[in-house]
Design a binder for this molecule. Structure first.
Ligand SMILES: *[C@@H]1O[C@H](CO)[C@@H](O)[C@H](O)[C@H]1NC(C)=O
Ligand SMILES: *[C@@H]1O[C@H](CO)[C@@H](O)[C@H](O)[C@H]1NC(C)=O
Ligand SMILES: *[C@@H]1O[C@H](CO)[C@@H](O)[C@H](O)[C@H]1NC(C)=O
Ligand SMILES: *[C@@H]1O[C@H](CO)[C@@H](O)[C@H](O)[C@H]1NC(C)=O
Ligand SMILES: *[C@@H]1O[C@H](CO)[C@@H](O)[C@H](O)[C@H]1NC(C)=O
Ligand SMILES: *[C@@H]1O[C@H](CO)[C@@H](O)[C@H](O)[C@H]1NC(C)=O
Ligand SMILES: *[C@@H]1O[C@H](CO)[C@@H](O)[C@H](O)[C@H]1NC(C)=O
Ligand SMILES: *[C@@H]1O[C@H](CO)[C@@H](O)[C@H](O)[C@H]1NC(C)=O
Ligand SMILES: *[C@@H]1O[C@H](CO)[C@@H](O)[C@H](O)[C@H]1NC(C)=O
Ligand SMILES: *[C@@H]1O[C@H](CO)[C@@H](O)[C@H](O)[C@H]1NC(C)=O
Ligand SMILES: *[C@@H]1O[C@H](CO)[C@@H](O)[C@H](O)[C@H]1NC(C)=O
Ligand SMILES: CC(=O)N[C@H]1CO[C@H](CO)[C@@H](O)[C@@H]1O
Length: 568
């Protein structure tokens, strides 16, 4: 079988069309009905309601060959997944020797790379996604860009390489971690400023960021495969750089409204979303109040009832929290396992034990501590849908119930979070998407890097010691199943798992998929039938703690959910 020449011809054709043309080349067979729109709480495609399971693959534009991009998207699509969320930004302060980069941000000036290792890589991903019937959520910047540890003795250790755990020689290439693509703190530093929230308020940065969004968005105005432009991943007042005292929820809401309106002025066709973590502020003043409060939610699609849903309130959260505790206490009493008082210290897989609250308080997820009021952001007219995330390894989503095990607490808090988010979206009358969720397993724990870190906290020099952090594979699959079922039942319109894992990717020095630095255990010998092809080294896609590589169970769970949500 001489398969390869056909493949290369096929891919050079794809490449030529992806690279050489503006998206208008294929507009002939498109019309506005192929763009995703919304009607009340539904997404609408081709006149029908559209619900989906998605996955995250921030690294797709950094892959070394078009075949790798194609194969990754094909594997994703084969599961029934319909939407891929990825980074449409890749900011550097020094132009790298090898690898993809999109924008140089240095000394208060910016310049965009539209070359073949720049935005043309994004063009290729989007073109191939279209050919495979996938939509993409394009995230335009990141809250998180921590600096690497600079005291390592391991060379190279500069902006192109990271020592994951000091002293272990465990280096990661640029763009391997999701928080290593530039973003807000890179702008702040390179514009000579000091606080994270100056990204949202400084006029020069705002101009530069809008300039970047113009250049990205104007490339895809006619592309049917853009699901949405996501303004930022996880925008907050704080990051690695601190927040100024003046940063409030209004700062972040105003920024979303400004940038969304700018994008809308360039692109009338596509949805715009926020990408926030979903933090609420039940008692904050609103820039976009519900009018009338609460808004009646109507859907013209058949079979849907008119509903009126109130926003999530402090009283509701406190009441439901104490009802859950009472139920759990009664169940424990019946089982003879009651923990009368005191606090069950969570396992090592959750970093801090929370004290039992004596005065009822909502906790940071609901009181605006992060500078995010997701309801107010969702209600901005140019924001098409409500979005949120769920990462219990990075964030506590509730107060621990001593009558539940750590994994039960995580599952219950996540379920409650999903339910509140669905309610909040319905109250503003828009669809809701969980844009990222994940649990770190014991096998992934050595790779787990929290978003405000470049260091994996659970990597061990001594790999013979057994994992003491993370859920088991079975707990992960069970909890994912619970959350997916909860989300589908609660009416979420999209649920996007974090993160896709892809193997058999072409490795190249100085790129995200680099050849192994240790004795080449990952190298693939060339097979006998392909002796004319030079032997290539292959690698796996980045894993910052959540990759599905090697977990067919999670893939099955996602595949089943894709069928269930499509039938919903
Ligand atoms: C919408 O219709 C187009 C053209 O018929 C088709 O290619 C596409 O798959 C449809 N999209 C969905 C989500 O059904
Ligand atoms: C690995 O990738 C190469 C290049 O894309 C492809 O030719 C080959 O079939 C792939 N192998 C497997 C096992 O997927
Ligand atoms: C930064 O830009 C300013 C003004 O354009 C210039 O004077 C200065 O030399 C630049 N600094 C560096 C380190 O390039
Ligand atoms: C906008 O981007 C272009 C292209 O990279 C660059 O030349 C220009 O300086 C940028 N303008 C602003 C105001 O940042
Ligand atoms: C490097 O920095 C880390 C984190 O700040 C610290 O724990 C470690 O002791 C430092 N190592 C050296 C050799 O200075
Ligand atoms: C980073 O380290 C590599 C390898 O040592 C080196 O080639 C490169 O010039 C360094 N980059 C910077 C910005 O110092
Ligand atoms: C890290 O690499 C350096 C240089 O190759 C070597 O001297 C050192 O022993 C290594 N450290 C560890 C912990 O392997
Ligand atoms: C992120 O990490 C930096 C450096 O370790 C720290 O100063 C900062 O407070 C952290 N920010 C948040 C929001 O946790
Ligand atoms: C920033 O983070 C700190 C510590 O995590 C928190 O106390 C503070 O409230 C946050 N400030 C803002 C404005 O988000
Ligand atoms: C680690 O786990 C393996 C398999 O579960 C077991 O065989 C081994 O004894 C354990 N090692 C230690 C040091 O606990
Ligand atoms: C860049 O790529 C070339 C070709 O693969 C390689 O020889 C070189 O070492 C790479 N340079 C860096 C700094 O990664
Ligand atoms: C992870 C995964 O599903 N990989 C598959 C991707 O597709 C290739 C063939 O196209 C399969 O060989 C892989 O197993």
């Amino acid at each position: 079988m001489n398969f390869l020449p056909w493949v290369s011809l096929f891919f050079s054709t794809l490449l030529a069309s992806a690279v050489a043309t503006t998206p208008s080349q294929t507009t002939a067979r498109r019309d506005s009905s192929t763009f995703v729109s919304t009607s009340g709480s539904d997404f609408v495609v081709n006149g029908s309601a559209f619900k989906y399971i998605g996955t995250n693959a921030y690294w797709l534009p950094t892959l070394n060959t078009n075949e790798d991009i194609w194969n990754s998207l094909a594997n994703i699509s084969a599961l029934g997944i319909k939407v891929v969320r990825l980074w449409a930004f890749n900011d550097v302060d020094t132009i790298p020797v090898n690898g993809t980069w999109f924008q140089l941000v240095r000394n208060s000036t910016v310049s965009v790379n539209t070359g073949s290792n720049g935005l043309q890589k994004l063009d290729t991903v989007i073109q191939m996604a279209e050919q495979q019937g996938l939509y993409v959520i394009l995230s335009l910047t990141n809250n998180w860009y921590p600096l690497p540890l600079l005291n390592s003795t391991v060379p190279p250790i500069n902006s192109t390489a990271f020592d994951v755990t000091p002293g272990t020689n465990n280096t990661l290439p640029r763009n391997y971690l999701s928080n290593n693509y530039g973003g807000m703190d890179l702008y702040v530093r390179q514009f000579g400023l000091e606080t994270h929230d100056q990204f949202y308020t400084n006029e020069s940065i705002l101009t530069s960021f809008m300039n970047y969004t113009t250049q990205v968005v104007s490339r895809y105005v006619n592309s049917p495969s853009i699901f949405s432009y996501e303004l930022a991943n996880d925008a907050r007042c704080n990051s690695t750089l601190p927040a100024s005292a003046s940063c409030t929820t209004e700062t972040i809401t105003t920024w979303h409204a400004t940038v969304a309106s700018h994008i809308r002025s360039i692109d009338p066709n596509h949805l715009i979303s926020s990408g926030v973590g979903g933090y609420m502020c039940t008692n904050c003043p609103k820039l976009y109040p519900l009018t009338p409060a609460p808004a009646p939610v109507t859907s013209p699609l058949p079979g849907k009832k008119k509903r009126t849903v109130a926003p999530v309130t402090k009283e509701q959260i406190l009441r439901e929290r104490s009802e859950r505790r009472r139920r759990n206490r009664e169940a424990a009493k019946r089982a003879g396992t009651l923990v009368e008082d005191g606090v069950r210290v969570r396992g090592r897989w959750v970093s801090t034990a929370t004290k039992r609250q004596t005065t009822p308080s909502l906790g940071s997820m609901y009181d605006g501590s992060y500078g995010v009021d997701s309801q107010d952001i969702s209600n901005i007219p140019d924001i098409g849908f409500s979005s949120f995330q769920l990462f219990p390894d990075q964030q506590s989503y509730g107060t621990d119930d001593p009558n539940l095990t750590p994994s039960q607490n995580v599952e219950q808090d996540g379920t409650q979070w999903i339910t509140y988010q669905a309610q909040s979206a319905t109250a503003v009358g828009k669809p809701a998407v969980l844009t990222g969720f994940g649990l770190v397993t014991q096998s992934n724990a050595p790779s787990f890097v929290p978003f405000n870190s470049t260091v994996a906290p659970f990597a061990s020099d001594n790999s013979s010691s057994n994992a003491t952090y993370g859920v088991t594979n079975q707990q992960q699959a069970d909890t994912y199943t619970t959350w997916l079922n909860t989300g589908i039942a609660a009416g979420l319109n999209g649920i996007v798992q974090y993160q896709w894992g892809q193997s058999n990717l072409t490795a190249a020095p100085g790129t995200t998929v680099s050849p192994p630095t240790t004795t080449g255990e990952q190298s693939t010998p060339s097979s006998p039938g392909q002796s004319s092809t030079p032997s290539t080294t292959t690698g796996e896609s980045p894993n910052d703690g959540y990759s599905t590589t090697g977990s067919s169970t999670v893939q099955q769970v996602l595949g089943s959910a894709a069928q269930a949500i499509a039938a919903d």
